[in-house]
Write a protein that binds this ligand. Sequence first.
Ligand code: SF4
Length: 239
Amino acid sequence: MHIIEIYKSLQGESSFAGLPCVFVRLAGCNLRCAWCDSEYTFSGGRKMSEEEILAEVQHLSPNGGLVEITGGEPMLQERELIPFMHQLLALGRESRSELRSESRYQLLLETSGERPLELVPREVHKIVDVKCPGSGEHLRFRLENLATLTACDELKFVLASREDYEYARDFIRRHTLESKPAALILSPAFRKGATGSRSAENCLLDPRSLAEWMLDDNLNARLGLQIHKFIWEPQLKGV
Ligand code: SF4
């Protein structure tokens, strides 16, 4: 696979936010979201074998824990990625006993929702974006992916405006997602190229406004902040 970087940090988003996590960032993306903070992933990357990636993951987190596959859009390398995910999940099962058969690595997949997800192993926690109009890519979501979601998955809406919020709210209601098992996360987009202060002023949408709209609409969803951008300076990569 073509890999941009592998590093350990705190998980900044999703319902796993705040937990230590190894990030495996794959190269390449076929979308161009207006507020993308990962443009450095669009090309390049180092070709690494499955064994090299697994060795690096084990080196960074020898006792197991969270591993997130992210990008770019990781599912563009689906042919190699699906077997890799099976292999990572199987690590630790070699020594399983009758009492313990779960993988010692919990695997998260962050994806734009534009690629088919049917072949992703069920044990993987999918964090699937639904792009909103402010991204410029809101027509690219693959609706069939909704049927692949389970209680361990999450749908994430990154919002830059009131228009984006209404799009997300209406999408949730139209597809009756509040009564479905996957978690729903609404998150303010961060200003592209933000530098300096670690503050909500770098959000394109004020988290307070978003909180008030969600409460006004009785929306049964979680407000998510990218906490790594409040812990480290927003321009830092590899955190
Ligand atoms: S899908 Fe992700 S990596 Fe690709 S352009 Fe959008 S935000 Fe950037």
